[in-house]
Every structure is written in structure tokens, then in C-alpha cells.
Design a binder for this molecule. Structure first.
Ligand code: C2E
Ligand code: MG
Ligand code: MG
Length: 697
């Protein structure tokens, strides 16, 4: 850098002297203030003026003043030349902007040293300015061209939200959809999505309070057309500038596309495709998050369990069932509120999740409203179900959603078993809990028995004698299964058989019954009773299991029992579901000489029109028809008609549950073939049965 010096002095010798010993610099001279001004006008780049305060045309102070007022000349370094007795002038000159002073008479070495120092300072200043200029250019370039939105904001008080944007780059304008001027005017709060503002402000306050240095979050801006743009934002504090305002820089990146995909994925993972309702996974998530917050929430579930969905699908097809499920979802959807959310948890099950409900009555009213809506709108749709309600204890945070859904299912199934398919409501309570626990214990005992575990639980048979009314002697026994468990004691078959059927354990359990009954038959054979029949009760599930007949013949073969003495009892009600198939199996069994009896006849509502097609040997008239054979009811009894029907169709008639002599007389009079009941004997243990036989054969 060239250092240009202007020497302003009225003394020609002094001017020349200075010019000579500062010859390494570029020197200009002027003899008065006017000439100096002219030189300054004509020459650029003068950096230093050596100024004698005493000028002929103006005072040096006036000259200094005019330099100060000129923007272009203000920065020039002024070195004042004074006489040694002019101390006041020196001070005044320095105050007016002079940087240094030199006393006359001139001392060359001193002046030269000072000028050299000023020249070095000027060069250093120049180099620094050049660097700053380069940095400013780089910063501006980055600010304008960076592929990221940048805004710098100011706030005078961290407690107040008067955030003012002071600088933005083009990408920030583009992402927010607003011009720089609009952004300066509105600020960023106004355009932030209301749902994201609270978190943003909270973080910013922490930043301004110095608790954090920066924060990041995903947030939304609202564009002028109302659309939303998602951004990933990083905000960092900037050290307060001279104006002492709190500054921060905000960097944003448009993530709308990714967010859209995320939102779609989240939607798919939380919703059921068919109905558009929330799914089971989301229920699990929500339930777990409520539990985590441990708010003392009053929570309850209302579950709607549809029955016959599978058979409807089998009969009418998937499309029909799907339409039906959608229709039900639409009916139920109308009952959603912000504190009652609806989920489609399984194909045939819907669940309402209640938070902050008032009391049990609110749940009852709600369920009643659902029942009414479903019943009225599904009247012609061949579908029914039950409603289960489960209230959670307020502090029951640990409950598992699986347990919740299972209890809800139990309650709704209970409703179905008690009230049928009319969407009645059943609450899950202690009683039901006990029932379920008992059911589980029965099931565990059955599993232990079925798998031959070493257990105290026991399955055994009792035998109830069947008497031939014509001969008056015992012609057979009905084998009746008994379950005795360590925990529950004796469990009646009316309880454990349905559980065994529901769990399909009836297949191995039924086989064990057959084996025990066969052993009893062999004992009878050993004792010489060749013609005593033994009836074995058989469930439809057993009968329809693929290898039932094969297993039966295998066991007969292995145990060498007389096939003609086996009677298979099948409850009449099973024929309503699978008539053809069961009839075929019966036919196969009968061909071998086995007898078939239709149990509980008269209660199963089977079509009389098909009764003659039934491949059975005997009909066991249900106890309810025998109960009517006493007192005033006797005249109205149709039992005699049932006996005639049985005979006309070629079956023999057996009366079950005969307890009184009056009943016996009626049955004898109307030609009933056999009877069974407490009047003859209660079911007996094996030994007692054999002794009974000895006396009554
Ligand atoms: P079920 O086959 O109709 O058996 C007759 C039921 O009536 C037996 O009840 C018997 O004890 C009872 N009973 C007989 N005479 C009288 C009477 O005079 N008065 C009264 N009040 N009851 C009488 P239990 O043993 O409790 O069996 C109930 C049902 O459990 C049976 O009805 C049968 O359907 C089923 N069951 C029993 N054992 C088996 C089995 O091994 N397999 C299958 N699948 N079911 C069985
Ligand atoms: Mg029976
Ligand atoms: Mg019966």
C-alpha cells in the first residue's frame, strides 16, 4: 500500500525539509488551507496530513473542522505541527480529530519515526479492512446461496414474545412462502402452526435465559394459502450485539415430503384398512402411554362382539361380510367423542376406550344407546352379538391390553350366552372373574388328564342303569363322566363338558371315556352279562373329528369289546348344524352293529320332516317331557305322542329322568320301551353298578 502524505505549512523551508527526509513516501505540499483543500480534492488516497496550526488564510482548527465534516476525508490521520509553547492548541487539535503532534523546531529523526509508525498502522488497518471485506463477501454468498432457510431474529426481552425477524435469506422466503418484507412485518410466531408454537416458545425462552445454547425441533409453518410446510429447525443463540438485544439464528430445512410419508405410514400402522378406524396396535400404544403418564384417569372399555361372522361369510361371501362390518363401523363411529375413541380390534370385534367418564351409569346409557342403534339398523342383516364392559381401577396402570381385551371378550361372550345375540350388556366383575378363574382351573385339570400328567385330578365314570319296561330288568347302563379336581372337588359334567368342547379337549377326554366304558363292558362280559349295553355320550366335535370312526374301530379291536353292546348317544341339537355329515358318520357306525341313540330328544328343534332319515336306533325322550307327567300337567302331556312318533319312525323310546311312580305308570301305559332315572337308580360307581345289576337282572 502506498502512503501519501500532504504537508500543509506556510514555511517553504519546512515544507522542503520534510519532503526531503520523508522521500521514501509520496509527498504533496500546500502552503495554506485553501491550497490544501484543492490538493485533497485533486488527489485520492492521501492518508496522512502534517498540518501546521498557523496558516495564513485560516486557522488549523477550522481546517480540521472541515475535514471532520467531509465523509471522504474524515479518516485521514492528522499530525499537528506546533510550537513548544502551544500546549493548549495541541490538546484542542487532538480533540478535533488529530491523531498526533510534532513540535517545532523540527526534529527530523523524531518526525520520521512518528511517520513510520503511522504508516505501519495504516498498512495494518488496510490489510485488516481487506480481510473483513473478503469475509463479508463470503458470508453474504453463503447466506444467499445456502440450500437451507436462514433467519436472524431479535428480541429485547426473553419474557416477552416480541420476536422480530431482522434478516432472512431467499430459501427461508421460499420455504415459508413469504417475502422478506412480509416476514419482517409478521414475524415468525404468526406463521408458526398453533400446535407447535408452545414448544417453540418454551425452548426459545430457555435459550434466551442462557439455560441452553441451541435447540431443534420439527415444526410447521402456515403458508399464505393456508397450506402447511413441515421443517426441521435448529435455533441457536447469537451473542447480543451493541444494541444489547437477544439475537438468535434459525436454520430450517423443508421436510414436508418425508413428513408426509411418515404421516401416511403412521396412519397405516394405526388404522384398520377396512373400516378406517383405529386398530388394535394403536389401542395398545395409547393404553400404554396413558399408563406411563400415570394420570389418575377414569378408564373403561366397551366391547362389541359380533357372532356368526364366519358362518355369514361361508354363506354369503367375504364381500357381504366386509360390507356388514363397514356398516357397523359407521353406526358405531357416530358415538365417538374426544373422551371415547373407537377401535376395530379384530374382524368381529370393536372396542370403545373411555377416558374421564362420569360413572357406571354413563357406561350403561352408552351401551344401551349402542344396542338400540345396532338392533334397529341391523334388523335385516342376520348378525348379532353381545356387549361387554370393563371398568379399570384408577390406579390399575400395569394392566396389560391383552388382559383387558380378554376380559372384555369374556364379558361380551357372557352376554351372548345369557341373553343371546341381541347386543345386551354384561359388565366384567368379580363374579365373572371368579367364573373365568374356575373355567381356567377346569381347563387346566382337563389338560393334565388329557396329557396323562401325574396329577391328583381325576376323570372317572358312573353308570346309570337303564331298565327294559317289558321285562322289568336292567338292559344297560349309561356311562356318565365325572371330574374330580384337586382345587375344585367334584365338577359337574354340565360345567366341564362345554369347557372341554370349547377347547377341543373333548377329543382326548372323550377317548378316555370310551376306553373306561369299554373296560366296564369287558368286566360285564367277564361276569357273564353278554347282552348288557353301555351308552357312551359323544359330542359333535368328537364325532366330526377326522379320525373318530377309525379310532373307535381301533379301540374296539384292541379291547375286544362286543360291538353290539355299544350305544353311542348324540344330542339332538347337533343335527341342526351339520345334519348330513353327522348322519353319514352314524350310518357308518351302525353298519358295524353299533347302536345309536338320539339324546335329549324334543329339545333340539330338529325338523320332524327329516326325522325318518335319521339313522338312529332309539330316541331318548328328554327329562323335561317326563317332568310333565305328574299332577295337573298330565292331561296336556305330549310325551305319549313322542313315544308314538319314535315307534312310527322305527326307533325305540327311552325315557330319561324318571323320578316318580306316576311317571313310570304313564310310560308303561303308552308303550315306552325303556326308562332311566332316580326312580330306578342314581348314577353309580362301577362296583355299585355291578352289584345293582346282580340284583336286578
Ligand atoms: P345326559 O346324557 O342327558 O345324561 C343324563 C343326565 O341326567 C345325567 O346328568 C344324569 O345324572 C341325570 N339324571 C338321570 N336320571 C335323573 C333323574 O331322575 N333326575 C335328575 N334330576 N337327573 C337325572 P349328568 O351326569 O350330570 O350329565 C349331564 C350331561 O353331561 C349328560 O346329559 C351329557 O349330555 C353330558 N355328559 C356326561 N358324560 C358325558 C361324556 O362322557 N361325554 C359327553 N360328551 N357328554 C357327557
Ligand atoms: Mg346321555
Ligand atoms: Mg339326556
Amino acid at each position: 500500500m502506498e502512503v501519501k502524505i500532504l504537508v500543509v505549512d506556510d514555511s517553504l523551508p519546512d515544507r522542503l525539509t520534510i519532503k526531503n527526509f520523508l522521500s521514501e513516501y509520496s509527498i504533496l505540499t500546500a502552503c495554506d488551507g485553501m491550497e490544501a483543500m484543492r490538493v485533497l480534492k485533486e488527489h485520492d488516497g492521501i492518508n496522512i496530513i502534517i498540518l501546521n496550526l498557523r496558516l495564513p488564510d485560516m486557522s488549523g482548527f477550522q481546517f480540521l473542522q472541515s475535514l471532520k465534516e467531509d465523509e471522504r476525508l474524515r479518516k485521514i490521520r492528522i499530525i499537528i505541527l506546533t510550537n513548544s509553547d502551544e500546549l493548549n492548541n495541541e490538546i484542542k487539535g487532538l480533540r478535533l480529530g488529530a491523531t498526533d503532534f510534532v513540535r517545532k523546531p523540527l526534529h527530523k529523526a523524531s518526525l520520521k519515526t512518528r511517520i513510520d509508525v503511522h504508516a505501519s498502522l495504516l498498512r495494518a488497518e488496510f490489510a485488516l479492512e481487506q480481510r473483513v471485506d473478503a469475509q463479508t463477501i463470503t458470508f453474504d454468498m453463503i447466506f444467499k446461496q445456502a440450500p437451507i432457510g436462514i433467519a436472524i431474529s431479535q428480541s429485547s426481552d426473553p419474557k416477552h414474545s416480541d420476536q422480530v425477524i431482522v434478516r432472512v435469506n431467499p430459501v427461508y422466503e421460499q420455504i415459508t412462502g413469504r417475502t422478506k418484507e412480509e416476514l419482517f412485518y409478521t414475524g415468525w410466531e404468526q406463521i408458526t402452526h398453533p400446535d407447535d408454537l408452545e414448544e417453540d416458545m418454551k425452548n426459545l425462552k430457555k435459550l434466551h435465559a442462557g439455560e441452553i445454547q441451541c435447540y431443534s425441533m420439527e415444526k410447521r409453518y402456515i403458508k399464505p394459502d393456508g397450506s402447511v410446510v413441515w421443517v426441521y429447525m435448529v435455533v441457536a443463540a447469537l451473542t447480543p450485539g451493541n444494541n444489547n438485544k437477544l439475537n438468535h439464528i434459525c436454520l430450517i430445512q423443508d421436510i414436508t415430503e418425508r413428513k408426509q410419508i411418515e404421516i401416511e405410514r403412521k396412519y397405516i400402522s394405526e388404522h384398520d384398512r377396512l373400516t378406517g378406524l383405529y386398530n388394535r396396535d394403536y389401542l395398545e400404544l395409547l393404553f400404554a402411554s396413558d399408563a406411563k403418564q400415570k394420570k389418575s384417569l377414569q378408564r373403561a372399555f366397551v366391547g362389541i362382539n359380533l357372532i356368526n361372522v364366519q358362518s355369514i361369510t361361508a354363506n354369503y361371501g367375504f364381500i357381504y361380510t366386509q360390507g356388514l362390518i363397514k356398516k357397523i363401523a359407521e353406526i358405531l363411529r357416530q358415538y365417538c367423542t374426544d373422551k371415547c375413541i373407537l377401535f376395530h380390534t379384530h374382524e368381529n370385534r370393536f372396542v370403545f376406550y373411555f377416558v374421564h367418564y362420569k360413572d357406571k351409569n354413563e357406561l350403561i346409557d352408552f351401551s344401551n344407546a349402542i344396542t338400540e342403534a345396532l338392533e334397529s339398523q341391523l334388523a335385516t342383516d342376520r348378525i348379532g352379538g353381545g356387549i361387554g364392559v370393563l371398568e379399570l381401577e384408577q390406579d390399575q396402570y400395569e394392566a396389560d391390553i391383552d388382559i383387558v381385551l380378554r376380559r372384555l371378550l369374556i364379558a361380551s361372550e357372557r352376554s351372548i350366552s345369557l341373553f343371546g345375540k341381541n347386543f345386551e350388556t354384561c359388565f366384567y366383575d368379580q363374579e365373572l372373574e371368579a367364573l373365568v378363574t374356575r373355567e381356567r382351573e377346569v381347563m387346566e385339570a382337563l389338560i393334565a388328564i388329557a396329557t396323562d400328567e401325574c396329577t391328583q385330578d381325576e376323570l372317572f365314570l358312573q353308570y346309570q342303569p337303564v331298565v327294559n319296561l317289558k321285562t322289568g330288568s336292567v338292559c344297560g347302563f349309561e356311562a356318565l363322566a365325572r371330574l374330580s379336581t384337586e382345587k375344585l372337588g367334584m365338577v359337574p359334567p354340565a360345567e366341564f363338558i362345554p369347557i372341554a368342547e370349547k377347547t377341543k379337549l373333548i377329543i382326548p377326554i372323550g377317548e378316555k371315556v370310551i376306553v373306561k366304558a369299554f373296560r366296564f363292558m369287558n368286566k360285564l362280559k367277564e361276569l357273564g352279562y353278554d347282552a348288557i349295553k353301555v351308552s357312551i355320550n359323544t359330542s359333535a366335535i368328537q364325532l366330526l373329528s377326522p379320525d373318530f370312526t377309525c379310532r373307535m374301530f381301533e379301540m374296539i379291536d384292541q379291547m375286544q369289546v362286543n360291538i353290539r353292546n355299544i350305544v353311542i348317544e348324540i344330542t339332538e341339537s347337533v343335527f341342526t348344524s351339520d345334519y348330513e355329515k353327522i348322519n353319514k358318520i352314524i350310518e357308518k357306525l351302525r353298519e358295524t352293529g353299533m347302536h345309536i341313540a338320539i339324546d335329549d330328544f324334543g329339545t333340539g328343534y330338529s325338523s320332524l320332516a327329516r326325522e325318518n332319515e335319521l339313522r338312529a336306533d332309539s330316541l331318548k325322550i328328554d327329562k323335561c317331557f317326563i317332568d310333565k307327567l305328574s299332577g295337573e300337567e298330565l292331561d296336556k302331556a305330549i310325551t305319549s305322542d313322542i313315544i308314538s312318533i319314535a315307534h312310527k319312525l322305527g326307533h325305540s323310546a327311552i325315557a330319561e329322568g324318571v323320578e316318580h311312580d306316576e311317571q313310570l305308570q304313564y310310560l308303561k301305559k303308552h308303550g315306552c320301551d325303556k326308562i332311566q332315572g332316580y326312580l330306578i337308580s342314581k348314577p353309580l360307581d362301577e362296583q355299585a353298578a355291578l352289584e345293582f345289576l346282580k340284583k336286578h337282572v
